[in-house]
Ligand binder design. Sequence first.
Ligand code: MTE
Ligand code: MO
Length: 339
Amino acid sequence: MANLIVKPGWQLPERLITPKDVYANRRHFLRQLGMGSIALMATGGFTACADGSASAGAGVAGPLDTIPANAPRTGYPAAQNTAFAVSERPVTDRIVASSYNNYYEFKNGGDLKDLWELTGDYNPFPTELEVTGLVEKKFKIDLAELIGEMPIEERIYRFRCVEAWAMTVPWTGFPLKKLIERCKPTSKATHVRFMSIARAKEMPGIPATPWYTWPYYEGLRMDEAMNDLAFVATGMYGEPLPKQNGSPWRWVMPWKYGYKGPKAVVKIEFVDRQPKTFWNDLQPAEYSFLSNVNPSVPHPRWSQASERLIGENDRRVPTQLFNGYAEWVGDLYPEEPRR
Ligand SMILES: Nc1nc2c(c(=O)[nH]1)N[C@H]1C(S)=C(S)[C@@H](COP(=O)(O)O)O[C@H]1N2
Ligand SMILES: [Mo]
């Protein structure tokens, strides 16, 4: 097994894979073109590195250059767990998944999705995780160290945002269950609460939106957190997570709307009642605690019956109950409307 070279399971058509150095150089090239015409007039010469040898220079040049250089890479690319293949639609273009994002800590107003450019000051590593509440023993641990302990695998999951757009993403990571077990909650814990990192100096969306109740916080019932599908992603597309996708790690509950999966969790607290959650506190009528993907439960302002596939010309497809994962989680929700 150890000698086997495991190819990443996501097979993308060649045209959809833009290696990050090519992408970076293309952007750099475009920038040089803009400046180049000025330089051309001034010097009578234009030497943009059309052969791709230009360095991207300091700073962030493309949405994949936000993968932190010090992110743990042990075990990458991880073998695909084929139990979670998505057969009815292709994997989303990698660049699309890393440049069409929701991450309010990096928003500065409007409906900005291309927010990777705002992540330059953010340093996801080192970061410490705090485990507290109803546990055998409270503790703090360096996140890179904890990630290094976990055996990683790749899972291709459908991803569905409450805004009715969807993607198909090859995540790298480990079951949330493994992390919960590592935390050793007591039998009194009925729910678990997660809190995201909030570094106002590194995350421009925080000072820009003082009306939000930072840090971002979410929660699950224990039976949801322990379900096989609940996943902690440390990477995607065979590499560690770009900052805008949630580096150092982010939660993925593919049967729920995307906002139930907090990015950059730094605190886990085990509790004995349903915890408050960020979007539910802000708009309880629009964002429920459970927030399971359900075509027959409309958002008060729009239908959830269909969804737009980002990166596929916004092709519309029907929404599936539990986002197609009823087999895994259907039994958890006897009350969920089914039609
Ligand atoms: N900390 C934090 N986590 C978050 C969010 C956020 O704004 N802050 N947005 C959520 C929403 S609404 C979605 S759809 C997904 C988006 O993940 P992606 O940008 O990697 O597609 O992250 C979720 N996790
Ligand atoms: Mo979302």
